[in-house]
Design a protein around this ligand. Sequence first.
Ligand code: ZN
Ligand code: ZN
Length: 136
Amino acid sequence: MIAEAQQRVSGVCRSVQTGHASVKRGVLHSPIALLEQDKKHKQIARDQAAAAVERDEARKRRRLELDAEASAVRQARAHKTCRVCRARVHRGGKSWHTCPCQMFVVCPTCRASLAAAGVISGHLGVCSTGDAEEGA
Ligand SMILES: [Zn+2]
Ligand SMILES: [Zn+2]
C-alpha cells in the first residue's frame, strides 16, 4: 500500500519531469544563464569595488608615508635647531655643540652663553647616551 503510493508518487514525478523536460530545458537554460551572467556581473562589480578599495588604501598608505617622511624631515630639522635660541639651524658647522645622540645641538653663539650650560646639562639629564662628551 505504501510502496504502491510511493511508486505512484515517483511515477507522477517522473511523468512531470519527463513531460516538461523538453519544454523546460530551453526555458530553464536561460534563467540559469542569466543567473550566471548576473553572478559574473556581480563578481566583476565586486572585483571593481575591491580594486577601488585597494587603490584607496594604497593612496592612503602613500599619504601616510609622505606624512611620515615630512614629519621625519621636520623632526630631523628640529633636532638640528639650536636648543637654546631655537632660531639657528645646524648645517654641518664644526663649532656647534652636538650631543652624541644627534638630537641635541647648540649653536656657537649660544654655546658660549650661560643659558647653554643649563640647557645642555638639562638635556644630559634626559639624554639616552647618558654621560655625553663635549661636542668639540
Ligand atoms: Zn642658538
Ligand atoms: Zn643627547
